[in-house]
Design a protein around this ligand. Structure first.
Ligand SMILES: Nc1ncnc2c1ncn2[C@@H]1O[C@H](COP(=O)(O)OP(=O)(O)OP(=O)(O)O)[C@@H](O)[C@H]1O
Length: 643
């Protein structure tokens, strides 16, 4: 052993030996400075046991969106509304929902949290009785997790988690009423979750009168806080109707008037097709599981049966590339063969996934939805073609509303949607926000502080429709940053941004054109008089020639409002009053000089025509600042809302 290494090992030995002895003697005597060894593998093993998913989420309810009373209320409403919409659409029923949030207790603490009863009633297909208990009182139980089909719910945890939160904070059971058809009984069931077993306890089960033909009503009592603003229940419902034009909704808030949102589309969205995984982007572990879960099948058969877009010829090609015999038993495939198959699947040319498995809102309905929420001057939307991330097909669509009653000085109002569900929390963690922040809105004539949202009367809607939305957590608040998703989102935002920019530039041109005409109109009487004098023609005739040569100008004059004193609107031939504004346009040098000196020529100059209407109404609009909101009034018909 080299000298230095030998010395080091001596030092370690000399340091360790007494410590081990000390610990041993301390353990023997039950005292000493070093802690005694308290647990053995055996004692630890006696404490190791399975953790029920309900117990896990009881401790970690923040992971499911129940981390504070206000958010808990929103999440509860959201989970139930999303389920109702999914169920109605799946059953081909136009959804009619009644949402009620009622305060049933006094504020319990300084933060203003109180006891609320939330009820959500739908006209969906209802739930068969034996399933009710498991759906509402067993976490991770649902119909959507194991399939690749676009829906709002995915995980099979949402509504039972809301019930669990209610039970934890109030001790009250979840109450369900469900009826599956005309002439069938309506069941009313009270449920509690046995968290140790993640199992439902039915407290009450009765048949009740219910005037609905079919549907489900869920009632949950919980400690919550009612908040307004962007993250409140009302904002969620308002955004939900934007993305679901076929939804009819009535909302009873705890205070104030009942809100009604009648549907604006009488057709259901097309039903999303259930698909198999696309071979591009499938992960190795998933491929291995698919092969091993298919006993009795050959590799080729699994490729054809369990993936979308793989024909027998393509399956042969994959096997050839991977140097695996097509007839090899799928369940026996291991090691390098799986690696090569996985690689080959990524290399072969496969058709893009079928567009029928994702159902975007559609460009027209997205605009209808925006109109339902905002009174704007200009709307534009785009739906991108389908794309794939990790084998999952998706479509991104974007809608913009600009001008009108949208606030002019605020940052843009951004609405994020995933499978038609509004996302209200965690904007900074969401790929959708990143796509908007990363867009250069200045090139679309809007102001944008560095790294921030664009400013101006703008609302932006981004919708991601996918057979599986990659959320950053089980609370389903933000979309994960997959490159393929980000790229499509940016392209869609840019597409709409370019159209908005073109619209704003056209408006800007129209405004400066109008300003130029107004400037010209101011001098027409003087010029007409001078030309009339030179040509020995009456001033009025010359003036009229000017107006006829400028149809736009004449139209502006004709649009003058009537005078309140009943004098009527000015005739097109009448000289318009001088424009007034903060900076009056300079008078022609000659007339100005004459006026100043009070000379004879100045006296000959015609006096400014009398004002026929309040001057402010005729003033040319000031030139718009770049990015500043433009005036609402338009003069060119072709510049009306581009929808
Ligand atoms: N109102 C309803 N009408 C009909 N079926 C319903 C209704 N609510 C829930 N379900 C059924 O109960 C299942 C479980 O719902 P839950 O909210 O727990 O999970 P999910 O919607 O599947 O997924 P996620 O956890 O992502 O919300 C659903 O998959 C659906 O089959």
């Amino acid at each position: 052993m080299p000298k230095r290494a030998a010395k080091a090992s001596e030092r370690i030995e000399s340091e360790e030996t007494p410590a081990v002895e000390e610990a041993a003697s301390a353990a023997a005597s039950g005292s000493g400075t070093r802690p005694a060894r308290r647990a053995t593998a055996e004692t630890m093993a006696s404490r190791q046991r399975e953790i029920s998913v309900s117990e896990f989420f009881t401790k970690n309810r923040h992971l499911l969106g129940f981390d504070n009373p206000a958010k808990a209320l929103l999440t509860t409403v959201k989970e139930a509304v999303d389920n109702s919409l999914d169920a109605c659409e799946e059953a081909g029923i136009l959804p009619d929902l009644i949402v009620e949030v009622k305060e049933v207790g006094n504020p319990t603490n300084a933060s203003g949290a109180s006891r609320f009863r939330v009820s959500i009633e739908d006209n969906g297909p209802g739930i068969v009785k034996p399933q009710i208990a498991k759906i509402f009182a067993k976490l991770l139980y649902g119909s959507k997790f194991h399939r690749l089909k676009q829906s709002r719910g995915q995980q099979g945890i949402g509504i039972s988690a809301a019930g669990l939160y209610g039970q934890l904070t109030t001790g009250r059971p979840v109450v369900i009423i469900s009826k599956i058809g005309k002439g069938r009984p309506a069941h009313r069931i009270e449920l509690r979750i046995d968290t140790k077993r993640n199992h439902p306890d039915v407290l009450k089960d009765e048949i009740v009168e219910w005037d609905k033909e079919h549907g489900t009503r869920v009632e949950i009592e919980l400690v919550a806080a009612y908040r307004g603003g962007r993250t409140g229940v009302e904002a969620y419902l308002e955004q939900t109707v934007v993305a679901n034009p076929h939804l009819g909704l009535t909302y009873h808030p705890p205070k104030g008037e009942v809100l009604s949102f009648p549907r604006v589309a009488n057709e259901l969205p097309r039903e999303a097709e259930e698909i198999k995984p696309h071979p591009h982007g499938v992960e190795l572990g998933m491929l291995l599981r698919m092969l091993h879960d298919s006993p009795g099948k050959s590799v080729k058969q699994v490729l054809i049966d369990d993936f979308s877009r793989i024909s027998p010829a393509l399956a042969d090609q994959v096997c050839e590339l991977a140097k695996v015999k097509p007839k090899t038993s799928a369940a026996s495939i291991v090691g390098d063969d799986v690696d090569r198959l996985h690689k080959a699947l990524g290399e072969v040319k496969v058709k893009a996934p079928s567009a029928s498995c994702v159902v975007p809102i559609g460009e027209e309905l997205l605009i209808e939805g925006l109109k339902r929420r905002f009174k704007a001057d200009f709307y534009v939307s785009t739906t991108r073609p389908p794309s794939v991330y990790r084998g999952n097909p998706f479509v991104v669509e974007v809608g913009l509303a600009y001008g009108g009653e949208l606030p002019t000085d605020d940052p843009a109002d951004v609405m994020r949607f995933a499978n038609r569900v509004p996302l209200q929390y965690q904007p900074k963690a969401c790929a959708i926000s990143e796509a908007i922040y990363d867009t250069n809105w200045r090139s679309y004539e809007l102001q944008q502080p560095r790294g921030a949202l664009p400013l101006g009367p703008l609302a932006v809607v981004v919708h991601l429709a996918s057979v599986w939305v990659p959320f950053t957590s089980e609370a389903k608040e933000a979309v994960a940053h997959y490159d393929e998703l980000l790229r499509e989102m940016k392209l869609a935002v840019q597409e709409c941004g370019r159209k908005l920019g073109a619209h704003l530039r056209a408006r800007e041109r129209a405004v400066s054109e109008q300003k130029r005409l107004h400037l010209f109109q101011r001098y027409i009487p003087e010029v007409a008089e001078a030309i009339g004098a030179i040509l020995s023609k009456p001033k009025d005739a010359v003036q009229q020639s000017f107006y006829s040569a400028l149809p736009n100008f004449v139209r502006i004059v004709q649009e003058q409002p009537e005078k309140p004193d009943g004098e009527g609107s000015p005739a097109p031939s009448e000289p318009p009053p001088p424009a007034s504004g903060s900076e009056p346009p300079p008078a022609p040098p000659k007339a100005a000089a004459a006026a100043k000196k009070g000379s004879a020529s100045a006296k000959k100059a015609p006096p400014p025509p009398p004002a026929k209407a309040p001057p402010t109404k005729k003033a040319p609009p000031p030139p718009p600042k770049k990015g500043a909101p433009l005036p609402k009034k338009r003069t060119k018909p072709e510049l009306r809302t581009q929808v």
